[in-house]
Design a protein. Structure first.
Length: 363
């Protein structure tokens, strides 16, 4: 193999491919790239056996071939060489990298040890790259981090009544982003795959998503890269059935004001649980935190609310993470009872079609 490539462009595809490698694995081969030179392109492959990524780049190919080399070492060398063009070639069992006055030789491993990639040949659906990116940004915080909840360890994408649903949940809260559009598939993408996808789709206009015949893999493809994802097993809960539709108290608030109030109160708390009591009365919302060890805090907000006094408690960190994901300046808080799920929903739902369902807690 013998090629010349633009250093900045090569660094970019290497950094994206590195997201799909396995850093800590019983299989050392998974920390390597498979680099293949063919015709006028160089193709970099990476996998952790959940994500199978191929990224390509135009290159001057003097001699075709392939080599398997450490992803970390190659990324570090390419990033720190201050040149415009890199030359790469194989010399026996070494990969030689030259740029300017720098010259490096990396050991290689047998190409045949690198895992085969699964093939997905199902019919594809086109989705905006920006839409996928926004869907991940708005749901990622709610995705479960618990090992035992396999179907909840990822983001669901499915079509529903003229909208594309992006859904994340950990059983205590649920985030739903539902822009208008058509999507005829249902895919459950693992949390780790979302990090790979975020790096790939940034700046990409459209991608094509297809599902394998057995439903075990999905393929996401653009002009310059292809990602095959091993989908999560199990059935995602029926999230539509748990969404409250009738409410006893509703209040429209400034997302920024309530968010800043919650963050001030959170400065008194430590740990993942930050209990906050919300009290609604005529034209007033009161947020309260009290802990014998850390202190007490109280915030008052003027709101447009007329009705019976209503009290409810939440993990304030859930509220902060949900509010941080809104693009809307104002947000509806909708309550049923102090013991049942509440809804946070954008005021301008057409501009920001996003809502979050949060279970309350005793305070």
């Amino acid at each position: 193999m013998r090629i010349s490539v633009d250093r900045e462009e090569f660094e970019d595809i290497l950094r994206r491919a590195k997201e799909a490698t396995e850093k800590k694995s019983a299989l050392p081969i998974l920390s390597n790239f498979l680099i293949r030179a063919e015709e006028n392109r160089v193709v970099v492959r990476a996998t952790d056996l959940e994500n199978y990524l191929s990224v390509s780049l135009k290159a001057k190919v003097e001699e075709e071939g392939e080599v398997c080399v450490s992803s970390k070492s190659l990324v570090d060398i390419v990033r720190n060489l201050n040149v415009a063009v890199l030359d790469l070639r194989t010399e026996g069992e070494k990969l030689l990298i030259e740029g300017g006055r720098g010259s490096y030789k990396l050991p290689t491993v047998p190409v045949e040890d690198f895992p085969d990639f699964p093939e997905v040949e199902g019919e594809g659906q086109t989705v905006s790259g920006d839409l996928i990116l926004k869907g991940i940004e708005k749901t990622d915080y709610a995705i479960s981090k618990e090992e035992g909840q396999v179907p909840l360890q990822g983001m669901l994408i499915k079509g529903h009544e003229g909208r594309v649903h992006f859904v994340g949940s950990d059983g205590h809260r649920l985030a739903l982003f539902e822009p208008e559009g058509e999507f005829g598939l249902e895919v459950l993408l693992p949390r780790k795959s979302l990090k790979v996808i975020q790096r790939l789709v940034s700046g990409v206009e459209d991608v094509e998503i297809s599902l394998g015949e057995e439903g075990s893999f999905a393929q996401i493809r653009s002009e310059d890269w292809t990602l095959v994802v091993r989908l999560l097993e199990g059935e995602f809960p029926d999230y539509l059935s748990v969404m409250p539709t009738e409410f006893s108290a509703e209040v429209l608030v400034s997302a920024d004001e309530i968010l800043r109030s919650l963050k001030r109160l959170s400065s008194l708390s430590e740990g993942k649980i930050f209990p906050v009591k919300i009290t609604l009365s005529d034209n007033l919302m009161i947020l309260e935190f009290a802990d014998p060890e850390f202190g007490e805090g109280r915030e008052e907000l003027e709101v447009d609310y007329v009705g019976d006094t209503f009290e409810i408690g939440f993990n304030g960190r859930y509220l902060i993470e949900a509010l941080d994901s809104f693009d809307s300046e104002k947000v509806w808080l909708k309550f049923t009872t102090p013991d049942t799920a509440s809804v946070l929903e954008a005021d301008d739902y057409e501009q920001d079609p996003y809502k979050c369902i949060i279970m309350p807690m005793r305070v």
